[in-house]
Design a protein around this ligand. Structure first.
Ligand code: FES
Ligand code: FES
Length: 176
């Protein structure tokens, strides 16, 4: 039997410390040890993207990373992103545009989409497709997913531009 290795990492804002088999994948650690089952397991070979999580803010295939390799890292799963409201507009756009059907790919799609949107601006549809090239969806045909991400990028960019506009001049009588 292989000796367990101690690991400490922060997941969704909480520090976890434990002893794990050296070959335990990060996605198995999240699902089995922490009961965070939002990240799915499809291919276990880095091809389908169902297991994508953010590790130190970058999307990572959690089936290809051992839990011990995440030592000292900050991991965020779809549960954490949802709880802090980081996906609320994106989830609404997925729902409004029918960008999910069985939902198996959705946690990984949302993790990828979160990373795309974190770059700011409005990516082209080709850029969105390129960024989703590691995510498989067997249900939607991708059009609706690209639509949802593009719509969210446009809404966020418009809100950002609005926030940067100089405040409208107050009428004279309203000035202090
Ligand atoms: S389960 Fe990790 S990429 Fe498919
Ligand atoms: S919604 Fe079913 S696999 Fe994508």
């Amino acid at each position: 039997m292989t000796a367990k290795v101690s690991v400490t990492l922060t997941v969704n804002g909480e520090t976890h410390q434990g002893a794990v088999e050296p070959r335990l994948s990060l996605v198995d650690f999240l699902r089995q040890d922490l009961e965070l089952t939002g990240s799915h397991i499809g291919c276990e070979m880095g091809a389908c993207g169902a297991c994508l999580v953010l590790v130190d803010d970058r999307p990572v295939h959690a089936c290809l990373m051992f839990a011990v390799q995440a030592e000292g890292s900050t991991v965020e799963t779809v549960e954490g992103l949802t709880e802090r409201g980081a996906l609320a507009d994106l989830q609404a756009a997925f729902r409004d545009r029918n960008a999910l059907q069985c939902g198996f790919c959705t946690p990984g799609m949302l993790a990828s989409a979160y990373a795309i949107l974190a770059r700011g601006g409005v990516p082209s549809r080709d850029q969105i497709r390129d960024a989703l090239s590691g995510n498989y969806c067997r249900c939607t045909g991708y059009e609706a997913i690209v639509d949802a991400i593009e719509a969210t990028a446009r809404t966020r960019a418009a809100a950002h531009a609005q926030a940067l506009r100089p405040q409208a001049r107050l009428p004279d009588e309203a000035r202090p």
